[in-house]
Each structure stands twice: as structure tokens, then as C-alpha cells.
Design a protein around this ligand. Structure first.
Ligand SMILES: Nc1nc2c(ncn2[C@@H]2O[C@H](COP(=O)(O)OP(=O)(O)OP(=O)(O)O)[C@@H](O)[C@H]2O)c(=O)[nH]1
Ligand SMILES: [Mg+2]
Length: 210
């Protein structure tokens, strides 16, 4: 199952992906992504899934690659950060671009509001996030890649959404449906740097818990 993590530069897409895959937080200088992909076999709701995660670039200079990412994905984590309104306001446009790349097909997405540990720097309330998610017809999850809050919840919910869409027959890999990618998957690699391991801390009260 191919899922793609999208959102503006610096919202925490890579940190969420690494947190999900390794249960740790990369505590080093911000290092913008160009494109990274990972595979992982896991069990969700008692059923195995072979997950391919494409972690995309949020920096605008990589925008020409976006259509390829959108074609690749069956489901999308739409990520913004609670610390920046512009990133939040860009989310609807991003879903519009994905939907256009899928020729108007309804795409499984989860709206993810990251960095909920930074309560003092919060610029977007949980209620605003929930309202945006309702408008996008997406589930809403507030996460902290730093503290490990709700990260599994977000990915698992996306897997459920993609499964549901597949059961409804949307995007069967028959090579003709708009949700089916025509392009081979990007070269899969597993990038492991030195990381500080950190246990999942207590859930912060400031984070909206799904
Ligand atoms: N406090 C806090 N910082 C975070 C969190 N997630 C990411 N960060 C920090 O935010 C910065 C950007 O994180 P990245 O994961 O690199 O962001 P990105 O969305 O992958 O950025 P691009 O690859 O450029 O699109 C880094 O300094 C991270 O350490 C979080 O949940 N809480
Ligand atoms: Mg990144």
C-alpha cells in the first residue's frame, strides 16, 4: 500500500515518518527532504499490510516533483504544524492539487496537525483543525513527532481509509483507474542516521487526542 506524507516545508513530515518507523525522534538540525521512501510490513486491525511510505519535500523548489508523488500515492497524510497559520491555510489547496492529479477521484486522506507539544507557540487551535478536517471530509489527528503522540493513530487511520476505498473498488490496480499509478515506485531506500531514542512520553494535555 502506497501512502504519501505531504505538507509545507518544516511541518515535521520526516520526523513523523521516522517516529512511526523507529519510535524515535531525530534530534538534529532541520534537514529538508528531497524525496525519501521506506517500506515496512505491519499488522493493522489484525491484517498484514506492506506499507510503502513516500516522505516528500515541502520546500517550494521541489514542487515540480509533486504530480509524481500524487500519482504514486493511494492515501495521503496531509500535514501542517500548529505553529504556523500559513501552513494550515495551505492544506485545502494541497488536497485540491492531489485530487486534480487523481482526475477528480476522492482520495483517502488524514489531516495531521503536528507539533502539538509546542503549546506556547500554537497559532492554530484544535477546533480550527477539526473544522478544516470536516470540510475536507477527513479524520483529524493532532500529533507530536517529538513526544510520539498519536503518530501511530494517524498512520493506522490512513491505512484503514485506503483499505475502505479499496473495498469499495476505488483505485484497483488495473492500470486504468485514475488512482492507479503508471509510474514504477521510486527507488526504495532505508536511511538511518544517528538518532536519539526517546520513549513515548505521557500524552500532553494540549494535544487533541482522537
Ligand atoms: N517540537 C517539535 N518539533 C518538531 C516536531 N516534528 C518536527 N519537529 C522539528 O521541526 C523541524 C522540521 O522537521 P522535519 O521533519 O524535517 O520537517 P519536514 O516537514 O520533513 O520538512 P521538509 O522535508 O523540508 O519538507 C525539525 O527541526 C524537527 O526537529 C514535533 O512534533 N515537535
Ligand atoms: Mg522532510
Amino acid at each position: 500500500m502506497r501512502v504519501v506524507v505531504v505538507g509545507a516545508g518544516g511541518v515535521g513530515k520526516s520526523s513523523l515518518t521516522i517516529r512511526f518507523l523507529t519510535s524515535s525522534f531525530v534530534d538534529e538540525e532541520y534537514n529538508p527532504t528531497i524525496e525519501d521512501s521506506y517500506t515496512r510490513q505491519l499488522v493493522v486491525d489484525g491484517a498484514a499490510v506492506q506499507l510503502e511510505i513516500l516522505d516528500t519535500a515541502g520546500q517550494e523548489e521541489y514542487e515540480p516533483m509533486a504530480d509524481q508523488w500524487y500519482q504514486f500515492g493511494r492515501g495521503f497524510l496531509l500535514v501542517y504544524s500548529v505553529t504556523d497559520r500559513a501552513w494550515f491555510e495551505g492544506v485545502a489547496g494541497l488536497l485540491g492539487a492531489i485530487t486534480r492529479a487523481k482526475l477528480g477521484a476522492q482520495v483517502p486522506v488524514v489531516l495531521v496537525s503536528n507539533k502539538c507539544d509546542l503549546e506556547h507557540a500554537r497559532k492554530v487551535s484544535s477546533a480550527e483543525g477539526q473544522a478544516a478536517a470536516r470540510a475536507l471530509r477527513a479524520p483529524f489527528v493532532e500529533t507530536s513527532a517529538l513526544d510520539g503522540v498519536n503518530v501511530d493513530v494517524a498512520f493506522h487511520e490512513l491505512i484503514r481509509r485506503v483499505r475502505r476505498a479499496e473495498r469499495r473498488g476505488v483505485g484497483r490496480p488495473n492500470g486504468t483507474h485514475p488512482l492507479t499509478t503508471q509510474r514504477p515506485p521510486p527507488k526504495l531506500q532505508y536511511k538511518l542516521k544517528t538518532r536519539r531514542s526517546c520513549d513515548d512520553g505521557p500524552r500532553r494535555q494540549s494535544c487533541f487526542i482522537m
